[in-house]
Design a binder for this molecule. Structure first.
Ligand code: CUA
Length: 162
């Protein structure tokens, strides 16, 4: 039984793609490249309560004026909560989880990261509009996942926290 030439080309094409995918998956697994996309920074979730930054997470202003907010996501809330930040000011969020994978999404913006136990997810976001925003957990994390909501108030006075 002969296989049509074009049929054969497509068969090898599809087979080749499968091989490529398997190689990519193997390399990813072997190099442990699965992590939050921001950067690699690890933290021990088992001792997070004693951690200098995440044990009692608080908004801080660095020497250069940058506002940094460490956030601990934990069943079923964000800490600290609520937050207050000035408008038109870059805010660096540093997020980790004490237990399972949570999400940290500032509703209505593209400020969004996963909270992964053992890792710190970091991004910087500048609010362009004052107002009150909800922070939603967008990864299913347990029975009260739907109630895991935080608040962030963006105030009009730029640099009001400095
Ligand atoms: Cu935390 Cu869903």
């Amino acid at each position: 039984m002969s296989v049509d030439k074009y049929e054969r080309i497509w068969m090898f094409g599809a087979g080749g793609l499968i091989v490529v995918f398997l190689v990519i998956i193997s390399i990813t697994a072997a190099t442990q490249a699965v992590r939050p996309p921001s950067h690699i920074e690890v933290v021990n979730p088992a001792t997070i309560a004693e951690h200098p930054e995440f044990g009692d997470p608080q908004l801080r202003v660095e020497a250069d004026g940058r506002i940094v907010i460490p956030v601990l996501a934990q069943m079923f809330g964000f800490f600290p909560d609520p937050l207050e930040v000035p408008v038109n000011t870059p805010i660096t969020f540093r997020i980790t989880s004490a237990d399972v994978v949570h999400g940290f999404q500032v509703v209505g913006t593209n400020a969004n990261a996963m909270a992964v136990p053992g890792y710190v997810s970091q991004f910087t976001y500048t609010f362009k509009k004052a107002g009150t925003y909800d922070i939603a957990c967008n990864e299913y994390c347990g029975l009260m996942h739907h109630a895991m909501v935080g608040k962030i108030t963006v105030t009009e006075a730029p640099g009001g926290q400095r």
